[in-house]
Write a protein that binds this ligand. Structure first.
Ligand SMILES: NC(=O)c1ccc[n+]([C@@H]2O[C@H](COP(=O)([O-])OP(=O)(O)OC[C@H]3O[C@@H](n4cnc5c(N)ncnc54)[C@H](O)[C@@H]3O)[C@@H](O)[C@H]2O)c1
Ligand SMILES: O=C[C@H](O)CS(=O)(=O)O
Length: 491
C-alpha cells in the first residue's frame, strides 16, 4: 500500500550532511519495513564510518558561527521549526504510523509531543543565565559563564521516532551546540522528515547532520563518533546494554553523556486507592504505543483486599481494546515493531504460565484477515505472577500486564525497588502520609502518584541506576548541553 503524504517531499531517501541531501558514500541502502505487514516500503542509506566522519566534519566546522549566534536567533529558528512540525502534523503522523506501527491518533499525539520540546527549548534558549560571583575585592570581577559543550552525537530508538530526536536536537541547538544524529534502523523516515522541516526553518549549513544505518552498521557509525575527540557529548536513548557500551567507549575522549535507558516500572495499587482511577491510569500508562514505552508499567502489584475487584475491572477494559493496523482508525493497539519483539513478548507469557501464572485475557499472537501481518500480540492480563518470572525481571516492551498480590506496604516497596532499573514507578493511594512515604521510598527518576500519563516537556525526564542518567526536557534538560567557565578578571 503506498504512503500518501500531502507533502511527498517529506519522504526522504538520503542522508543530510552539511546542508546537502546525499546517498551513503559507499552506495549501500537499508530497507524500511512496515511492521503491520513486514513488507519493505522505502529505502535510506546504510551509512558507514566515512559518512559518520563527514557529518562530524560539517558539525565541527559549523560550531563557531552557531555558538556565536545570538540566543534570540537560535530561539527564532526553533520556533519556526516548531510551527513547521505542527503544520505538517498529519504527514509526520502517517510516517510514524507506517514505519513504527502505532495507531494514527497516537502518531498525531507524538508529533505534538515532539513539537512541545522544540517550543520549550525555543523559550529556554534565551534564558541560559550564568552567575556573577560576589568578589572579595573591588578590583576583581568573577563570572560563571555558561557555554555550549560543542559537537553532540544523538542516537535514538524506534519507539518514539519523532519525540526522542526532537528532545535531543532542540536543547542542543538552544544551547549553541551542533549535532550529528543517527535514528534507529527501524524508523529513520520520521527523523529525516523532521530534518527536512528544520532545513526549511533556516538551519545554517552543518549545524545538524543526520545519517541512517542498518543495525549491523550502527556500531560502525557510532564508533566513529565515540573515537572522535571533536564530538564532546553523546546523548542516547535506548537499551541499557548499548548505553553501557557507549559509556565505556566514550571514556577515551571523556565525552559528556546523557543516557535514557531501559526500565522495569512497578505499578502499585494500595487498598485505599480509587480503583476506577487506578484502572484508567494503568490503561493509559501500559497500552500507550502497545506497551513499547520505556516508562510503561512492567510489574503490577495489587493489594490483596482489592485484587479481585481491580483485576475484574481491568480485564473488562483490556478485553475491549481493538488490535489492528494504523490504517484502521479504530485500532488502539498496533503491531509490535518486528518479529524479535513479538518473540520476546510470547516468551515472557509462556514462561509466566509455565511457572504458575494464569492468563485472564489475551495471551497469544493475533493473526487474521483484519490483522494479516505476523507482528500482532493480544493485550494480555496475567495473574498469580511472581518474581521468578521473566516478565517481572526483564522489560517486556509489549501489551502484557503481569499482576501480583501483596499485603504489606514495606514489602511491596521493597519488591518495587528490587530491580537494577530505576526509570519510572507508579502508585495509587488516597492516604497523604502513605503518598509521602512511598514517593520518598521508590528508587526511580520519575514517580506517578495517582497518575498514569506523566510525560511532559516541562518536567525532567530520566532515570537512575541501570536506567541511566541525565535529564531531558525542563530547565534541567538544557544544562546537559552546557558547561560552566569561571572567568576571574583583575581590573
Ligand atoms: N529511557 C528512555 O527514555 C527510553 C526511551 C525509549 C526507549 N528506551 C529503551 O530502548 C530500548 C528499546 O529501543 P531500541 O531497541 O531501539 O534500543 P537499542 O539500544 O537496541 O537501539 C537504540 C539505538 O542505538 C543504536 N545501536 C544499537 N546497537 C548499537 C551499538 N552497538 N553501537 C551504537 N549504537 C547502537 C540503534 O541503532 C538505535 O539507534 C528499550 O530498552 C527501552 O526501554 C528508553
Ligand atoms: O519510551 C520512552 C519515552 O521516553 C517515553 S515518553 O514518551 O517520554 O513518555
Amino acid at each position: 500500500m503506498s504512503l500518501t503524504l500531502n507533502r511527498p517531499d517529506l519522504l526522504r531517501a538520503q542522508n543530510f550532511i552539511d546542508a546537502r541531501w546525499r546517498d551513503g558514500l559507499d552506495g549501500r541502502v537499508l530497507a524500511v519495513s512496515d511492521p503491520a505487514l513486514d513488507l519493505d516500503f522505502a529505502r535510506v542509506p546504510d551509512s558507514g564510518a566515512a559518512d559518520a566522519r563527514a557529518a562530524v566534519d560539517a558539525a565541527f566546522a559549523a560550531g563557531p558561527a552557531w555558538r556565536a549566534l545570538a540566543p534570540r536567533e537560535r530561539s527564532r529558528l526553533l520556533r519556526h521549526w516548531h510551527d513547521l512540525i505542527m503544520a505538517n502534523q498529519e504527514d509526520l503522523a502517517r510516517l510514524i504510523s507506517r514505519e513504527q506501527g502505532k495507531p494514527l491518533a497516537e502518531g498525531r499525539g507524538e508529533v505534538a509531543y515532539a513539537a512541545s520540546y522544540v517550543e520549550w527549548f525555543a523559550e529556554e534558549a534565551v534564558r541560559m543565565h550564568g552567575d556573577q560571583i560576589p568578589s572579595p575585592s573591588p578590583r576583581r570581577r568573577m563570572l560563571a559563564v555558561k557555554e555550549p559543550v560543542g559537537v553532540v552525537a544523538a542516537i535514538t530508538p524506534w519507539n518514539f521516532p519523532a519525540a526522542m530526536i526532537a528532545r535531543k536536537i532542540a536543547p542542543a541547538l538552544a544551547a549553541g551546540c551542533t549535532v550529528v544524529a543517527k535514528p534507529a534502523e527501524d524508523t529513520p523516515l520520521t527523523s529525516l522528515a523532521l530534518i527536512k522541516l528544520l532545513e526549511e526553518a533556516g538551519l545554517p549549513h552543518g549545524v545538524v547532520n543526520l545519517v541512517t544505518a542498518s543495525r549491523g552498521r550502527a556500531a560502525e557509525v557510532v564508533d566513529e563518533w565515540l573515537a572522535d575527540p571533536r564530538v564532546r557529548k553523546i546523548t542516547f536513548t535506548g537499551s541499557t546494554p548499548v548505553g553501557k557500551h557507549l559509556a565505556r567507549e566514550s571514556a577515551g575522549t571523556l565525552k559528556r553523556l546523557s543516557l535514557e535507558l531501559g526500565g522495569n516500572a512497578p505499578f502499585i495499587v494500595f487498598e485505599d486507592a480509587d480503583l476506577d482511577a487506578a484502572v484508567e491510569g494503568l490503561m493509559a500508562a501500559k497500552f500507550r504505543n502497545g506497551g513499547q514505552t520505556c516508562v510503561c508499567p512492567n510489574r503490577v502489584y495489587v493489594h490483596d483486599r482489592v485484587h479481585d475487584a481491580f483485576v475484574g475491572r481491568l480485564c473488562a477494559r483490556v478485553a475491549a481494546l481493538r488490535v489492528g493496523p494504523a490504517s484502521d482508525p479504530a485500532s488502539q493497539i498496533g503491531p509490535m515493531i518486528n518479529g524479535r519483539a513479538v518473540d520476546k513478548i510470547e516468551r515472557h507469557v509462556q514462561d509466566a504460565q509455565a511457572r504458575g501464572a494464569r492468563v485472564m485475557v489475551g495471551g497469544d499472537r493475533v493473526r487474521d484477515e483484519d490483522r494479516p501481518g505476523p507482528n500482532y500480540f493480544a493485550p494480555t492480563v496475567l495473574v498469580d505472577v511472581d518474581g521468578t518470572m521473566a516478565c517481572t525481571v526483564e522489560e517486556t516492551f509489549g501489551p502484557v500486564v503481569p499482576v501480583t498480590r501483596f499485603r504489606d506496604e514495606t514489602a511491596v516497596v521493597a519488591l518495587a525497588n528490587d530491580t537494577p532499573f530505576g526509570l519510572a514507578a507508579y502508585f495509587y493511594s488516597r492516604d497523604p502520609a502513605r503518598i509521602r512515604r512511598v514517593s520518598d521510598a521508590l528508587e526511580s527518576g520519575i514517580v506517578g502518584v495517582n497518575a498514569g500519563a506523566i510525560a511532559s516537556e516541562s518536567a525532567p525526564f530520566g532515570g537512575i541506576k541501570d536506567s541511566g542518567y541525565g535529564r531531558e526536557g525542563s530547565r534541567q534538560g538544557l544544562e546537559d548541553y552546557l558547561q560552566f567557565k569561571y572567568v576571574c578578571e583583575d581590573v
